[in-house]
Design a protein around this ligand. Structure first.
Ligand code: NAD
Length: 722
């Protein structure tokens, strides 16, 4: 018989005096570390320590595939956005760290059976146990991913891992938040033993019965850190180089990396108890920094909500998709076919001629060949995927498709022709999605008879790497079409956001402002290198002129002409137009596609800023500071996002933030444009926008909505969050 403590941990003692501590949190798919489960863990620790009959303890999990998934991030979010007091946090957040140390120094041996993923706080608990047996199943992983969310492992991870595996190895694992396969974990010494699946508990028990040792290596006399402590010449050099590299890669936007380095450099020079205290203080400092809270909310909690289709219209039965038709087997169509086939859907890939359609199918073959080379796939898997993709030129093959995704050229006429041809053959229930990047959906829907089944399905390139799909509702799109399209996106493993129809929708509008802002500065005589570097400093993954070259400067000119035609008197010329006309229309420099744009591209994939820029756009005597340019980039994007909110293109801050980071790489450390505005504070944001408008132009004038909200002391998440 076992006791079920706090509905979290089952506890029993067997005839051999082994206490079985089984993590099994009620009503959850995964065990997590929160207030309740920590209290349960404390209770079982006390029982083990105080019961003379108990000789040792075996910790395991009843959840298939998961040991402990980590800290309950909702609690982290509450702390990050609630009232904060550093001293109080120091006390409350140290609870798990204290429990781990209590277990480690209890005088009784603890072994863990890691039969499923042990991440974050879960793996920290394993590191504090005296013996770790891990399943030999490659799907089982262990790791400390906190840095990816702007945090550090605060329950001993930064102290025990380097004491076990050496400083250099641990530093890489901790700062990148990488997880370890069973083989790797054994090789570096993060676990003691691997056992076949199903035999893990038995192996851990055997250690407890045969040769238990209840003292951690670092609590033994004469312990030395493998590879030496932090003050060896090698390690001092390594810290110096790593600090510089970290700064270079993150531009100082991610405080977690430097904090982890400090924990190791300072904490490993002193006894572990002092090291744990040092770690706790750095952990609290990260929680007090907005980066961690914003990242946890957007990159984990909001993303999880969207994966579960938060906001899907209610009362509509879920639809399972079997067959997708794709029109246009180019860059996007080929990628969508690959994604669909990977998700076990049949894909009919149609193009104007069979060679083009086959080329699109061949994209999957090439992707799989690369995976086979890297040992990540087999020939059988490749053939399986290819067997589900049917290349064709015949619309009749669409007859039994559940959904069509149109991905032909960005041209209204071509899109209208293929829509009509499709509607002539598909069933009345078939959804027709268009992958247009910017053309309003309601307009494209005019080519269709059944406009209620017409919707925007905006995938991003490259489709297999980009998780986001921006779903655009046309005026006549029904709730049912929207709900089922969301089901489709979920089925192929992507994350959807939903927006209302507007020119450029949400993502293209926001990224467009960043690019045009960068381009416009050339006309003002700003040094091109400064324009580019300030983008990186702001945390954007690609600099603005670089993005422009990859999109194609001629395409941008064309989009401007199209917008002018469509909008008539309402058209406002972009500040980038004069530059684009000179460089693309007059000089024939169209970007990466013809090897010359703002950059000069070499055959060897090298690139350097085009020297002709200096003659075309002479440098101004007074250059703006990098800080001012960064501000322009961040403000112009956030103002555009706020305009989308004011125009009801999209209003849910979670979708805006996830969409901006996943779709267009908006500086991830900010948590997205809505988190950015809230972190700055609406009042300050509006005042700064007005200053920028006075200095650089009307486009920085914030929408009235922001002024009203600032006057009322509101926040974006407070007003629009769910
Ligand atoms: P692409 O030029 O690589 O491919 C278009 C394909 O459509 C070509 O294979 C062409 O032969 C085919 N096609 C053209 N007319 C056709 C017709 N009448 N019938 C059948 N096939 C026809 O273009 P792409 O980059 O894949 O873009 C496709 C759509 O996706 C565009 O609307 C584009 O704006 C949008 N989009 C592109 C990207 C991107 O980064 N490439 C990202 C998001 C959205």
């Amino acid at each position: 018989m076992s006791d079920y403590i706090n509905n979290s941990i089952r506890y029993s003692v067997d005839d051999d005096g082994i206490a079985n501590i089984v993590w099994d949190m009620e009503g959850r798919r995964a065990n997590v570390i929160n207030g309740e489960s920590s209290a349960a863990f404390e209770e079982v620790l006390n029982r083990v320590i105080n019961d003379d009959k108990v000789k040792g303890a075996l910790i395991s999990s009843a959840k298939p595939g998961i040991f402990i998934a980590g800290a309950d991030l909702e609690q982290i979010e509450e702390i990050a956005f609630g009232p904060k007091d550093a001293e109080q946090l120091n006390g409350s957040l140290g609870a798990l760290s204290d429990l781990n140390r209590k277990m480690e120094t209890s005088g009784k041996p603890f072994a863990v059976a890691i039969e499923g993923a042990a991440m974050g706080g879960g793996f920290e608990m394993c590191l504090a146990a005296h013996y770790r047996v891990m399943s030999n199943d490659p799907r089982v992983q262990v790791g400390l991913p906190e840095a990816q969310l702007g945090l550090l492992p605060g329950a001993g991870g930064t102290q025990r891992l380097p004491r076990l595996v050496g400083i250099q190895t641990a530093l890489g694992l901790l700062t990148q938040g990488k997880s370890l396969s069973p083989d790797k974990a054994l090789k570096i010494g993060a676990v003691h033993e691997l056992a076949e699946p199903g035999k893990v508990q038995e192996a851990a028990r055997k250690w407890l019965l045969d040769n238990p040792d209840p003292v951690a290596p670092w609590d033994k006399k004469g312990y030395k850190v493998p590879g030496g402590g932090p003050d060896t010449d090698d390690h001092r050099n390594m810290f110096m180089v790593s600090t510089a590299m970290f700064r270079q890669n993150t531009k100082g936007n991610f405080p977690a990396g430097p904090a982890i380095m400090s924990c190791i450099a300072e904490g490993l020079a002193v006894p572990i108890d002092v090291g744990l205290d040092i770690e706790r203080r750095y952990f609290v400092s990260l929680l007090l920094d907005p980066v961690a809270g914003n990242m946890v909310r957007t990159m984990f909690l909001s993303m999880e909500k969207l994966k579960k289709l938060h906001g899907r219209p209610e009362g509509i039965a879920k639809k399972t998709f079997k067959k997708v038709g794709i029109i246009g087997a180019g860059t996007m169509g080929a990628g969508i076919a690959y994604a669909a086939s990977k998700a076990k859907l049949e894909a009919v890939l149609l193009d104007r001629d069979i060679e083009a359609a086959e080329r699109g199918k061949n994209y999957t073959a090439k992707k799989m060949d690369r995976s086979i080379e890297k040992g990540r796939a087999t020939e059988e898997k490749k053939q399986d995927l290819l067997s589900r993709i049917h290349a064709t030129t015949d619309y009749a093959d669409f007859a039994d498709c559940d959904i069509i995704v149109e991905a032909v050229f960005e041209d209204r006429g071509v899109k209208a022709t293929v829509t009509k041809a499709t509607e002539a053959v598909v069933s009345p229930n078939c959804i027709i999605g268009t992958n247009t990047s910017a053309l309003p959906i309601t307009g494209l829907a005019q080519a269709a008879e059944k406009r209620d089944r017409f919707i925007g399905t905006h995938f991003f390139s490259p489709v297999d790497r980009m998780q986001l799909v921006e779903i655009i509702r046309g005026q006549e799109t029904t709730d049912e079409t929207l709900a089922h399209t969301l089901d489709f996106v979920q089925q192929i493993g992507k994350i959807p956001i939903v927006v209302n129809d507007s020119r450029g929708f949400f993502t293209s509008r926001v990224i467009g402002t960043y690019i045009t802002e960068g381009i416009s500065m050339l006309n003002d005589g700003v040094n091109p290198a400064l324009i580019e570097n300030a983008g990186a400093l702001a945390g954007m993954p690609m600099a603005p002129l670089t993005v422009a070259d990859s999109i194609g400067l001629d395409l941008m000119v064309h989009a401007g002409i199209q917008a002018e035609k469509d909008l008539g008197d309402a058209y406002v010329e972009s500040v980038a137009t004069p530059v684009l006309q000179k460089i693309s229309s007059e000089e024939g420099r169209h970007g990466i596609k013809n090897g010359k744009g703002f950059y000069e591209y070499g055959q060897d994939r090298s690139k350097k800023l085009w020297s002709g820029l200096a003659d075309m756009f002479p440098l101004a005597e007074n250059q703006p500071s990098a800080e001012e340019i960064q501000k322009r980039y961040m403000w112009i994007q956030c103002i555009e996002a706020a305009k989308c909110v004011a125009e009801n293109v999209i209003q849910d801050p979670a979708q805006i933030d996830v969409g901006a980071i996943l779709g267009i790489g908006f500086a991830p450390h900010t948590g997205g444009p809505m988190s950015f505005i809230d972190t700055v504070g609406l009042d300050t944001f509006v005042k700064e926008a007005d200053r920028l408008a006075a200095a650089w132009g009307e486009r920085f004038t914030p929408p009235q909505l922001l002024r009203d909200m600032a006057a009322k002391g509101e926040t974006m998440y407070g007003r629009f969050g769910s």
